[in-house]
Design a protein around this ligand. Structure first.
Ligand SMILES: *Cc1c(COP(=O)(O)O)cnc(C)c1O
Length: 577
């Protein structure tokens, strides 16, 4: 057995002049990039291009800190850069007047993910069989997340659905709208339905005679975000004017998390507001949502008639933690059923006798990173290609869980794509009816973005058509090995330096996080950093600044070694005592 130190030495010896590759070119000077009314002289243009090119290419070689895969192949898509592509509107609209789109490839990519995430067991042969709806976004997962909240808000508020499980009083739910994979169809006897409740009749004066249940909370969605949820959600809630459990509960009733024991031991009470409410659902020390906290909080709201909207994360932004949606949902379903919120009859705001049957909850998966990597890692583990790295069972996140309603996953993260893009997907029956069907785009205006680029789809189609599940399983398994290798290197460095580098890792994650090194190192390796409150051995909380590296498919052992070498240099960690 070689020691890790010997292995480093060997690897460095065998690597082709590691250091030559690592020259860092500065960002182009502002003067060289400044434009003018008369265009720029050829020389200046050349200089600016060269500087930018050198800069980006040199930093790409040492890109370690973000969950963005730098290894992808866009050769096939390159000729299409000379065509202005636009996938405006719904990908399934057959009659777009703009021929310059790549929706054929987009739908193929979507079908691929529908099968991967098990909303559809096999590729559907016609439109009527399609069990999902979704599209490839113009932004990244941020757009998928906003659309999930937008659709969930209106779904829970009782807005009309595009494919309602119609129920004119007394009539049967029409079979054509029934998806046998959906839990809702088990309920034909309606025994578990909520009492008849009118949806949003305050929005429509004409409907005040509609039978309504007295509780106005019935159509007020309450959002449950975890402390480690993607930071963009707060902005999304602001845009969408939606409220979290803390916004609604704090000051109105007492928090169901009362005692220190109700919180994970890593929780700092600094996160409590003046009424004793946490701003977000507490997380465990590993960064995953605390299921006991979530269950208590959701119960407090469901029992008051509020429909819950819970966001789970597969691969949190800093620690890369994976929530366990299945474990949480298993505990939440009986509570939802008990309070008539699992399924309920919702009256149409447009027609007083029309109703549909839908759920009174929404579970969204923010799988910006994990939505891609986890499925293949699961297969790799199942086939014994790699050891199970999840101590509490595999965190299944996809549509195999009947209550999971939507997923967002960034293409440029694990898979790799030169432009930000994402797949958003939800169950077909849950889609709220889009506002408009403009002739101009020849179909439903169902996407959040207007113009959508058609190029990311091409890069994805190329990748998915070249690689098999086996290839992706291997990439996922390699990721686990790379994490183990890097962790070992950093832990060894920590011992060697006799300095606590706070080296930490959440099992199953692609990240390792540790004490922030000197600023220039942070910049050269594009390390992400974040301040965190951490409970120390004596039980007090300390504010620390961490950095992380992410073992994306482009990261090599050489790069990790080069990085660790740099951390070994005196002064790499500015410790102020
Ligand atoms: C990166 C990230 C997002 C945002 O995705 P974009 O593709 O950058 O828009 C959302 N959630 C998580 C957990 C992320 O890490």
């Amino acid at each position: 057995m070689h020691t890790a130190r010997q292995r480093i030495t060997n690897l460095i010896k065998n690597s082709h002049k590691v250091s030559d590759k690592y020259l860092w070119y500065p960002v182009p000077r502002k003067e060289d990039a400044t434009l003018s009314e008369n265009g720029l002289p050829l020389e200046q243009r050349k200089t600016a291009w060269n500087q930018l090119h050198n800069h980006l290419f040199s930093y790409q070689n040492t890109f370690l800190g973000f969950q963005i895969n730098q290894s992808f192949d866009s050769e096939k898509a390159k000729p299409f850069l000379n065509i202005a592509l636009n996938n405006d509107g719904d990908p399934f609209s057959p009659s777009s007047q703009d021929a310059m789109n790549t929706k054929v490839m987009e739908c193929a990519v979507l079908d691929y993910f529908a099968k991967l995430w098990r909303v559809q067991q096999s590729f559907h042969s016609n439109e009527a069989e399609r069990a999902y709806w979704g599209y490839v976004t113009a932004m990244g997962s941020s757009e998928g997340n906003i659309l999930a909240l937008f659709n969930a808000r209106d779904y829970l508020a009782g807005m009309p659905l595009l494919h309602p499980m119609l129920n004119l009083d007394g009539s049967k739910v029409p079979d054509r709208d029934v998806d046998p994979n959906q839990p809702i169809t088990e309920m034909h006897g309606h025994s578990m339905l909520n009492e008849y409740v009118a949806s949003h009749d305050h929005r429509n004066e004409k409907l005040t005679h509609t039978p309504r249940k007295d509780n106005p909370n019935n159509f007020t969605p309450v959002v449950f975000l975890a402390e480690d949820c993607y930071h963009g959600f707060e902005k999304a809630l602001r845009v969408l004017q939606m409220k979290t459990f803390c916004d609604i509960g704090s000051g109105n009733f007492s928090c169901p998390l009362k005692y220190p024991d109700d919180y994970p031991s890593s929780f700092s009470d600094e996160f409590l507001d003046q009424n004793g409410w946490p701003h977000a659902v507490p997380v465990e020390a590993d960064g995953s949502i605390s299921i006991p906290c979530l269950v208590k909080l959701v119960t407090a709201f469901v029992s008051r008639g509020f429909p819950p909207l819970v966001v789970f994360t597969s691969g949190t932004t800093f620690k890369g933690a994976n929530d366990n949606p299945q474990a949480a949902i298993n505990q939440l379903v009986p509570i939802l059923k008990q309070h008539g919120m699992y399924e309920r009859r919702v009256y149409s705001p447009e027609h007083p006798t029309k109703s549909d049957i839908r759920n009174g909850f929404w579970f969204h998966i923010d799988g910006a990173l994990g939505g891609a990597q986890l499925r293949f890692l699961e297969m790799a583990i199942d086939e014994g290609l790699v050891d199970n790295v999840f101590p509490n069972g595999f965190p299944v996140f996809d549509f195999r869980i009947p209550e999971v309603k939507s997923i967002a996953m960034s293409l440029h993260k694990w898979f790799g794509c030169p432009v930000p893009s994402a797949v958003f997907m939800m169950r077909n029956n849950d889609q709220v009816r889009p506002l408009d069907q403009p002739l101009l785009i020849g179909g439903l205006d169902s996407s959040l973005s207007g113009s959508r680029g058609g190029h990311s789809v091409l890069v994805m189609w190329d990748l998915l058509s070249k690689k098999s599940y086996d290839d992706f399983k291997e990439i996922a398994a390699d990721g686990v090995q790379m994490v183990a290798f890097s962790l070992e290197m950093l832990q060894e460095l920590q011992e060697e330096l006799s300095l606590d580098l706070w080296v930490s890792h959440t099992p199953g994650s692609l990240f390792i996080y540790f004490r922030k090194p000197r600023e220039d190192i942070v910049r050269r390796y594009s390390l992400g950093s974040k301040p965190m409150k951490v409970k120390t051995v004596d039980g007090t909380f300390e504010e620390r600044i961490y950095c992380h590296i992410c073992l994306m498919p482009h990261v090599t052992k050489n790069l990790v070694l080069k990085f660790v070498e740099e951390l070994r240099e005196p002064g790499a960690f500015a410790i102020d005592n």
